[in-house]
Design a protein around this ligand. Sequence first.
Ligand code: CA
Length: 228
Amino acid sequence: MNNKILIVEDEKDIRDLIIYALEGKGYQTISTDDGEKAIKMLKENKPDLVILDWMLPSVSGLEICRSIRRDINTKNIPIIMLTAKITEEDKVLGLDSGADDYITKPFSTAELNSRVKAILRRIERNNNKKLKYADIEMDLVAHKIIRNGRKIKLGPKEFKLLKNFLEQPQRVFSRDQLLDKIWGENIYVEPRTVDVHIRRLRKAITANNEINIIRTVRDAGYSLEVDV
Ligand code: CA
């Protein structure tokens, strides 16, 4: 299958370089220099991946990113942000707005190709995949969670946390491990932030008559576990 990649970049040289690199690897590309057009192309062409420049003249990359995540038809499309900005704060902002990965300018075509390959491989692995533990089921394609036949809605961080736990139930994760896995390595976030999101996750997945299945392991971290 030829994956279709949308490239949104206003600098022609960089756009051409990306197109050249990706088409050389057999990907199909569509591209634009404009944010408004990008949003339209997304809806019409349903790309498998978006490479999105942060700094665009009309609508910023961040805004496009948010609008992709808000729309039910596009919210699962992976996004790689291109940025000249490299502060930690920007990284957090970008990841919070829904980007899956980052490439900092200037970048090599080898780096670009390897990031694209990694993301597409991850998506493919996740396709048709369901994670289950105890009475919880997560459908990674439909992005849905069911507990006891009840639909559960989670924020993006809580979703990632639960997914992480479901991938390795009964394993204890420290706050630092969760920060690395969910928020990303090399990003400074207060360890207590993890506690806040764990509380939210617990609250969301636990109805009044249900047991709490996210265990707090003293001085160690958290795990997904049903008492046996
Ligand atoms: Ca730009």
